[in-house]
Design a protein around this ligand. Structure first.
Ligand SMILES: Nc1ncnc2c1ncn2[C@@H]1O[C@H](COP(=O)(O)OP(=O)(O)OP(=O)(O)O)[C@@H](O)[C@H]1O
Length: 216
């Protein structure tokens, strides 16, 4: 049983890579659909009013997904609960979330983490972190063309988030990590996609041999 989670900046391509890994490993993929997420649009229109509500919404849906993923067999998640606190922190730093809201969020998250760690598996096997330069990411966000992500006023928020990710990945310690540079590998090209899947296979087999090594 293998649980792989994806992480990385908005627009970096997590859903596409999650789908490719899921297909390759024969795993179920948990996508967070944003098409029916009304709060997301409200948030992009008025961050101060909706940031906390949006974070609680995502926390709840990610909690549900990670519990389900850790309970069943082979699964891939396109974004996970481990990463959402970064969005909350950035929104706190931007003044969109108050001290009291931040504290409430962190207590809620702590409680949820206890439940997650108490599941039989406890944590994912691998985090695949997609890293890209700010320019590449902006290019992808524009190309994807989701209306609420296009406002020129969002650039500072996206820069802040991009810088936040660099610290977040250094501190992440819930599972082993595989970093993929999207400036180098474009999953839409078949040879790059094959190379990415080989890296995932390589990492998973390295981890499973470490796991099965007899103790010395
Ligand atoms: N916790 C969160 N707080 C604020 N916004 C969030 C949070 N989680 C996701 N989002 C926003 O929701 C949208 C998520 O879209 P989606 O799930 O397609 O992910 P993405 O990061 O844009 O995708 P991909 O890496 O697959 O290109 C993005 O605008 C993202 O910023």
């Amino acid at each position: 049983m293998v649980v792989v989670i994806l992480a990385g900046m908005i627009g970096v391509g997590k859903s596409t890579v999650a789908e490719a890994i899921g297909e390759h490993l024969g795993s179920q993929v948990f996508f967070e659909s944003v098409d029916d997420n009304r709060i997301l649009e409200l948030f992009y229109r008025d961050k101060k009013r909706w940031a906390f509500t949006l974070q609680v919404y995502f926390l709840n849906t990610r909690f549900r997904s990670i519990k389900a993923a850790l309970r069943h067999k082979d699964n891939v998640l396109d974004r996970s609960i481990y990463e959402d606190a970064l969005f909350t922190r950035i929104n706190y730093e931007e003044g969109n979330i108050s001290d009291v809201e931040m504290d409430t969020y962190l207590h809620l998250l702590d409680n949820m983490m206890v439940v997650i760690e108490e599941t039989e598996k406890g944590r994912p096997d691998l985090l695949v972190y997609l890293h890209g330069s700010f320019d590449t990411i902006m290019h992808r966000i524009r190309k994807r063309g989701r209306e609420y992500e296009q406002s020129p006023e969002l650039v500072d928020y996206l820069k802040h988030l991009h810088a936040g990710y660099a610290n977040w990945i250094k501190e992440y310690d819930k599972s082993p990590v595989l970093i993929i540079d999207i400036d180098r590998y474009d999953i839409e090209r078949s040879d790059d996609k094959a190379a990415v899947l080989r890296m995932v296979d390589g990492k998973l087999s390295e981890l499973s041999s470490e796991f099965s090594d007899p103790p010395k």
